[in-house]
Design a protein around this ligand. Structure first.
Ligand code: GDP
Ligand code: ZN
Length: 461
């Protein structure tokens, strides 16, 4: 396939003062050479691949130095896009990076669409679809742990598992085909059934295992939706502040989200907490008051974790009991706060209301209980320490949906085998699940989907 040359500003992960203009395509090096001047007078057209060069970006029309830069020259196919790639590292602020990009565009490059670099890597066969999506996840990764999952996926761990499953299905389909072609043996029909049943069960089990990781995967990717509740004055804001101050706040504001619920991210021992509706707690002290009963019910319903604060220094009220009723069946940790004050709370009743959930004794005033709380959260979601490096977490919503679909078809195939449905019908279900799994890796996927997927990427990746 023939491509034109595209360019975009691509700021490295972790940000910093450096801005990068990235160019890919057949004219990438020529365009860079056109605007580059080295103190030694060398030309970029003649340098070796994968080398870095110091010099200046020059606007030759005005013979003006625009920016002091380091230019990386990487010749295809050993590059991310498999094409010639040039990266111009600018040290100035955003303004000068923009000026360099503008200059590159006047030399014939086109501004890249969102995700177009990654799309090229995919189309040129450098990475598969789930790896491409991992690039996007990486950009959005909230903690180191989430980063590892995305990295693992980028290295193709999920793809490898999916391909193996597809291979298994294909083998059994081939075997069934052979059995159908040679029906002279008496027990062929039974053999075929047994074979299909065993294989379908195996595939189903493997898909189930992958889906089980998706809960953790989702948490790593999106953060654990956490809501702090409790009556006024029990210490909700104080708890929130402890979280935000003791833990590095990861993201305070996510561009592009249009939710009217304010969120704050904190990293609790590798678990990214998305503290939802903290503004409600800060400003009006009361979620219900601020966003209304319906909305707050919805926020509560969508929460992964409830932090329920009660006051050691007050008796239990009807409102407390109502709140316990509201969060029935949900993951929650009960925090008994103000332990520094005299006891008025009936702990035995709290234990009953907590229904076996963890209770933390705390005093936000004396900085007591936060360690225990963080430990509780961490062991709740990652059973202590999980080594993410050798686990495949499925964390992408599209992958989860496809795995669920594939599972449904396998279920139908299984049901078919067990209830004596003709083999060719069962075969169709197996084939469908094979195709569905292929959509995860992009081995069977439509152009339209690809375009839509890549348009979600950040610009410059
Ligand atoms: P919220 O209404 O639930 O958000 O409660 P706040 O966090 O605003 O706290 C209400 C009041 O209780 C404030 O004056 C806090 O300083 C105080 N407070 C919070 N935690 C403690 C604690 O552990 N001990 C004591 N003695 N006071 C606390
Ligand atoms: Zn408050």
């Amino acid at each position: 396939m023939e491509f034109d040359t595209i360019a975009a500003i691509s700021t490295p992960l972790g940000e910093g003062a450096i801005g990068i203009v990235r160019i890919t395509g057949p004219d990438a090096i020529k365009i860079a050479d056109d605007i580059f001047q080295s103190p030694s007078g060398k030309t970029l057209m003649e340098v070796n691949s994968h080398t870095i060069h110091y010099g200046f970006i020059i606007d030759k029309r005005e013979n003006k130095k625009i920016e002091e830069v380091m230019v990386s020259i990487m010749k295809g196919p050993k590059t991310f896009t498999r094409e010639d790639v040039v990266e111009i590292n600018c040290h100035g602020g955003l303004l000068s990076v923009n000026r360099v990009l503008q200059l590159v565009l006047t030399k014939g490059a086109r501004i890249a669409e969102p995700g177009e670099f990654t799309k090229r890597a995919f189309v040129n066969g450098r990475i598969d679809l789930s790896q491409a999506e991992a690039v996007m996840d990486l950009i959005r990764a909230k903690t180191d742990r989430a980063m590892n999952v995305a990295l693992g996926q980028m290295e193709g761990r999920l793809s490898k598992k999916i391909r193996k499953l597809r291979q298994e299905i294909l083998e059994v389909l081939a075997q069934v085909e052979v059995n159908i072609d040679y029906p002279e043996y008496d027990d062929v029909e039974e053999m075929t059934h047994t074979l299909l049943q065993e294989k379908a069960k195996y595939v189903k089990n493997e898909i189930e295992k992958l889906l089980e990781t998706s809960k953790q995967g989702k948490i790593l990717r999106e953060g654990l939706a956490t809501v702090i509740i409790g009556r006024p004055n029990v210490g909700k804001s104080s708890l929130l502040n402890s979280f935000v101050h003791e833990n590095k706040a990861i993201v305070t504001d996510i561009p592009g989200t249009t939710r009217d619920v304010i969120e704050e991210y904190v990293n609790v021992r590798g678990v990214p907490l998305r503290l939802v509706d903290t503004a409600g707690i800060r400003e009006t002290e009361d979620i219900v008051e601020r966003i209304g009963v319906e909305r707050s019910r919805k926020v509560l319903k969508e929460a992964d974790l409830i932090l329920f604060v009660v006051n050691y220094n007050e008796e239990i009220t009807e409102e407390d009991r109502k709140l316990f009723e509201t969060i029935k069946g949900m993951d929650a940790i009960i925090i008994i706060n103000k332990l520094d004050l005299p006891q008025k709370l009936d702990i035995e009743e709290i234990k009953k209301l907590a229904e076996g959930r963890t209770i933390i004794y705390a005093s936000m005033k004396d900085d007591k209980g936060m360690d225990e709380l963080e430990q509780a959260i961490s062991s709740m979601y990652f059973k202590g320490e999980i080594e993410t490096s050798d686990l495949t977490y499925v964390s992408n919503a599209r992958h989860i949906a496809l795995l669920n679909n594939a599972m449904q078809m396998i279920d139908e195939a299984l049901f078919g085998v067990e209830s004596g449905v003709p083999i060719d019908i069962v075969q169709i279900d197996m084939t469908k699940s094979w195709e569905t799994l292929g959509e995860i890796t992009g081995d069977s996927v439509h152009d339209e989907l690809i375009n839509q997927l890549f348009s979600q990427f950040c610009l410059g990746k």
